[in-house]
Design a protein around this ligand. Sequence first.
Ligand SMILES: Cc1cc2nc3c(=O)[nH]c(=O)nc-3n(C[C@H](O)[C@H](O)[C@H](O)COP(=O)(O)O)c2cc1C
Length: 335
Amino acid sequence: MFRLDAEKAHYKTVSLFRFALKMPFGKSIIKGLYDYQSPKLERKLFGLTFKNPVGLAAGFDKDGKYYREMSVLGFGFIEIGTVTPKPQDGNPKPRLFRLKEDEGLINRMGFNNDGVDALVERLKKFKPKDVIIGGNIGKNKVTPNDEAINDYMICFEKLFDHVDYFVVNVSSPNTPGLRDLQDKGPLTAILSKLMSLNNAKPKPKPILLKIAPDLTDSQLDDIIDIVEETKIDGVIATNTTISREGLKITDERITEIGNGGLSGKPVKARSTEVISYLHQKSNGAFPIIGVGGIDGAEAAKEKLDAGASLIQVYSGFVYQGPELVKSINKALANA
Ligand SMILES: Cc1cc2nc3c(=O)[nH]c(=O)nc-3n(C[C@H](O)[C@H](O)[C@H](O)COP(=O)(O)O)c2cc1C
């Protein structure tokens, strides 16, 4: 699979896996292989009960096409999206690159997705019994930033009955100008509006904010203030980085690949630093979901020790396969 174009390999792997699940006893065999269970792993957070703290990060299942299959692999939670109000193609291909030497990925997918209505139809058909489902929401590329708030409101309202928690994504580097929404003014406006919609519901749902690893300390201080002011439930740290520092691949290759967000091992240390900063500076005032370069039990513990309450994986899962989820959960249960 690693010889194929990275995006094609992604779809092929999931299709093969879907096929395996349909074989006689496929589901129970795969569950038996990968779904590690222990009551010690249970976490209660934002009023939700997670059977374990290991989640699948956003972007893997942007359209709710794979969470049924992924729920067999032992994840405690699966974050679907980023979804936008209208369908959009994303950037031209190729837009996903493997950096094998660095155990990283660079992507400039650009929120390719079928739109929120299609996602809602899929979510209506299946809800896994014991896996928490998150909805990661964004804005369409054609929506100007001063109207972005409407896109977040549309996704929030349409998804409300179909997900367990929300993530406001203003940190992808692949939608021009999106990360400007991380500034205090626009971010406070978006989150306050969503919180007022949320608080008008009979049973509000947790709302989290996903941030970039490229924020400065003073921007992180702003994030702490904004969480306090808007009273959202927590932060996901972090998304991919635009930095290319410390990579083993050649400069020529970096230039050839071009723009995009870097994930996996190269973002591991910075993401832990951001978690640690937020946790310490806020005196643990809000829960943090740690994500970035988790490639094994040790990296998972590093994030939890830095102050994360839950963790998510993406690139590590691509490189290591489903064994990763099991090995982390096993180590945490036996710690
Ligand atoms: C191909 C790809 C697509 C992604 N798409 C999204 C996305 O749509 N929304 C989002 O919030 N994060 C997205 N991410 C970021 C991941 O959720 C995660 O925050 C980041 O990759 C760091 O984790 P990792 O090092 O375990 O991959 C994407 C990452 C990759 C590699």
